[in-house]
Structure formats: C-alpha cells, structure tokens
Design a protein around this ligand. Structure first.
Ligand code: UD1
Ligand code: UDP
Length: 387
C-alpha cells in the first residue's frame, strides 16, 4: 500500500449484506460520515432484503451502491459466486483505499475475496472468533478463518479473539483488541430511546430467536415443542421475531402459530428489538449478536447451540450454552424463571464484549496507518480490556 496523502480522506468501502453486518458496521459508517478523515462508501449486497433494508435508515447509514443478489432459498455456492463477481466489478469501478468487512457471512467472505483479487487491503471487524469446529457454525467458522487469511487489519472484539489470531500466526502488530461494535450501536440506539417493546402482558417474558442452519429441520421442531411446554405453564409470554428464512418459517409457523402465550412476530427493526430486549426477563437464542447484547442489558441468555464462538459470556456467567435438547431447554429456562438466586447470578454477571468505543478505536488505528509511511503500525490507541 502506498502512503496516503494526508489531506485527502481515506476512501473506505464498507461491504454489508445481512442484518447483523448492518448493525455492527453502522457505528463505523456514522463515525466516518461525521468526520473528515474518511469517505465512507457503503455497498449493500442485498444478501438479505427486508431484514437489511429495515435497518439502514434508522441506523443512520447512507448507502452509496446497492446490489440485489438475494434469491429465495438461495444456495451458498450461487450466492457466493454472484457476490464475488458483482463486488469485484464495484471495487474495480470505485478503487477504494481499503475494504471493510464484518464477521463471518457469505457477504463478508466474498467482500474480502473480491478485495484480495483487486489487491485492495482488507480490514476485518469482529476478527478472531473461533469455535474450533470447522463446520459449526456452518459455514461461518470457515468463513471467518478464510477472511483471517486475507485481512491486513484484524479488529478483534476481545483479548481471547485476538489470541486466536496470533496463535494462528497473524503478526501481533496487525491485531487490535477493540471491543465489539455491536455494543457501540446498542448504546447509541438506547440513547435514541424510541423503540416499542413487543411484549404485551405482565407475565414472565421470554424473548426467543432461532435461525442457524445447524438448527434447521428436526432440531428446530424440537425447540418449538420446548417453547410450547414453557408457554403451557400459563405464566409466561414468549415473543419470537421470525427470521425471514423460509427454512425457519416452514418449521416454526406450523409448530407455534396461534399457540396461546406465544407471539410470532415479523423481524423487529433495531429500535423495537432493543426495546423488546430491554423489557424481557430471559433470552433463548441461537443468534451471535444477541449473545453479545443480552449481557449488556443484564438479561440471562440460554444459547441453543452446541458450540459458541463467544465463550466470554459463558465464562463470566451471563450466558449458558445448553444445546438443543427440548427437555434441557425447558429445565434450564424453568430454573431461571423459578429460582431468583440463579436469575440474579446470571443477570449480574456483566458484559465482556465492549465499552461502546470500538468504532473509535478502529478508526483511530486506520487513520494512523494511512497517515504513516508504513501501512500497518503499532497500536497507539489503548486496547479494549474487559477487566
Ligand atoms: C446468514 C448468515 C448468518 C447470519 C444470518 C443473520 C451466511 C453464511 N450466514 O444466515 O451468519 O447469522 O444471515 O440473519 O451468510 N431471506 C429473505 N429476506 C431477508 C433475509 C433472508 O427472504 O431479508 C431469505 C433468503 O432468500 C434466504 C434465506 O432467507 O433464502 C436465508 O438467508 P441467508 O442470508 O442465506 O441466511 P443464512 O445463511 O442462514
Ligand atoms: N435483531 C433485530 N430484530 C430482530 C431480531 C434480531 O434487530 O427481530 C438484531 C439483534 O439485536 C442482533 C442482530 O439482529 O443485533 C442479530 O442478527 P441475527 O440473529 O440475524 O444474526 P447473527 O447475530 O446470529 O449473525
């Protein structure tokens, strides 16, 4: 990378395609747009359609280029091929100084690969998450490892994530511990304070989300049965915003639709989701982002998966990784509903994922490196520490 003329803004292409990428890149897009050091070029791939578009405006993200790659029941290989081809064209046209990708989606993988082919340096936000099981979550564990091979800047949310990267041989001077930008965004949205909770009754409130590919099919049906048993207690209200994926809806709508005590709702926009999370008592989820948000609002989270790349919440006691067995789901949820001491222990465990300053740390580092003679310098911003 050549030295950047410091009078010119750094042209940063932010590539995003799914709901969580919009949420987690929004703090960077907002910070870039409000200063003079960067020119943000936001490219939406449209890997998600409704769930992406409902986010961008209210998160204050101005889109420069919108691709439209989504197909119903899209296959990973077709999606990946379309993304690499179309993003390659966009990058050749725009020639940004760097490309920023987030997380582990197909959009992030294709964004990094297209940039690599165009010889444009890549910054990876939320780098270094690993379960150590290459096909769980599928295909995200592979995606983030591959992005890690291509990125020049690795912005890790926690010290453990940073360690994974250095253990894999990434030079330490290219790894920066920043906290997770999801916390920046959550704090920003709660300060806006305009969302509406989806809970309606005064009963014990359980917020549920399910969408992971590993859970689709029979496993998800079993989780649905567990939710029916919990609702059958008569003292709980379950709100489940349905992912748009037909593979999720095909299972959950017949299993749970019209069932007393369970509200299946359309995906909530982020303001309403944050308000709903703030009002719930307990979270049951297979989502990555919600595992990070729940401890920030002191909500115990039961993670309905067999692996997690976010062990920090489990380690501090804010979350439990309970798997997908229906009996276990019911007993773990009931323990939290009925045992105030256990509830207080989890709710008070704290948030290990960030302090709301992650985007500032990322931009400070990038600005220093683009102003310097050498492309990647030593970190001069204080790293994020959960201690
Ligand atoms: C993807 C990400 C996953 C992330 C999740 C966030 C990959 C490999 N996986 O999941 O890491 O946790 O998004 O939600 O990138 N659909 C719509 N409208 C929408 C969104 C999706 O109709 O707004 C449909 C699509 O047509 C698709 C299906 O839902 O057939 C699933 O979408 P997809 O992006 O393929 O989801 P996942 O790969 O399961
Ligand atoms: N979310 C939302 N509305 C909803 C459900 C989730 O805004 O109805 C947000 C949630 O706050 C979190 C993100 O979407 O920040 C998580 O997205 P998802 O679970 O789809 O993906 P993952 O985090 O598992 O990759």
């Amino acid at each position: 990378m050549s030295t950047h003329p410091s009078a010119m803004p750094v042209r940063a292409m932010l590539v995003l395609g799914t709901r969580p990428e919009a949420i987690k890149l929004a703090p960077l897009a907002r910070a870039m747009a409000s200063g003079t050091q960067f020119e943000p070029i936001v490219v939406t791939t449209g890997q998600h359609r409704e769930m992406l578009h409902q986010m961008l405006g209210l998160l204050g993200v101005d889109v420069r280029i919108a691709l439209d790659v989504m197909r119903s029941r899209q296959q990973l290989s077709d999606l990946t091929a379309r993304l690499v081809r179309e993003l390659g064209e966009v990058m050749r046209g725009q020639r940004p100084d760097l490309v920023v990708v987030q997380g582990d989606t197909t959009t992030a993988l294709a964004g990094a690969l297209a940039a690599f082919y165009e010889k444009i340096p890549v910054a990876h936000i939320e780098a270094g998450l690993r379960t150590g099981v290459i096909d769980n979550p599928f295909p995200e564990e592979l995606n983030r490892s591959l992005i890690g091979r291509m990125a020049r800047w690795h912005f890790a949310p926690t010290a453990a994530a940073a360690r994974h990267l250095t253990d894999e041989g990434v030079p330490a001077e290219q790894v920066f511990t920043t906290g997770n930008t999801v916390i920046d965004n959550l704090l920003w949205v709660l300060a806006e304070g305009t969302g509406t909770s989806a809970f309606r009754t005064g009963d014990k409130r359980i917020l549920v989300t399910l969408h992971r590919r590993e859970n689709q099919g029979e496993r998800m049906r079993g989780m649905g049965r567990a939710l029916r048993r919990l609702a059958g207690r008569g003292d709980v209200e379950i709100v489940l915003p349905l992912h748009m994926s037909p593979a999720v809806r095909d299972v959950l709508l017949p299993e749970l639709g019209g069932h007393e005590g369970i509200s299946l709702v359309e995906p909530l926009d982020y303001l309403d989701f944050a308000a709903t999370l703030a009002e719930c008592d307990l979270v049951l989820t297979d989502s990555g982002g919600i595992q990070e948000e729940a401890p920030s609002l002191s909500k115990p989270a039961l993670v309905l998966r067999t692996t997690t790349e976010r062990p920090e919440a489990v380690e501090v006691g804010a979350a439990r990784l309970i798997g997908t067995d229906p009996d276990t789901i019911v007993s773990c949820a009931e323990r939290l509903l009925d045992d105030p001491a256990e509830y207080r222990r989890m709710a008070g465990a704290g948030n290990p994922f960030g302090d709301g300053q992650a985007a500032t740390r990322v931009l400070t580092q990038l600005a220093e490196d683009f102003a310097a003679e050498v492309p990647v310098g030593t970190a001069t911003t204080g790293p994020y520490s959960a201690a």
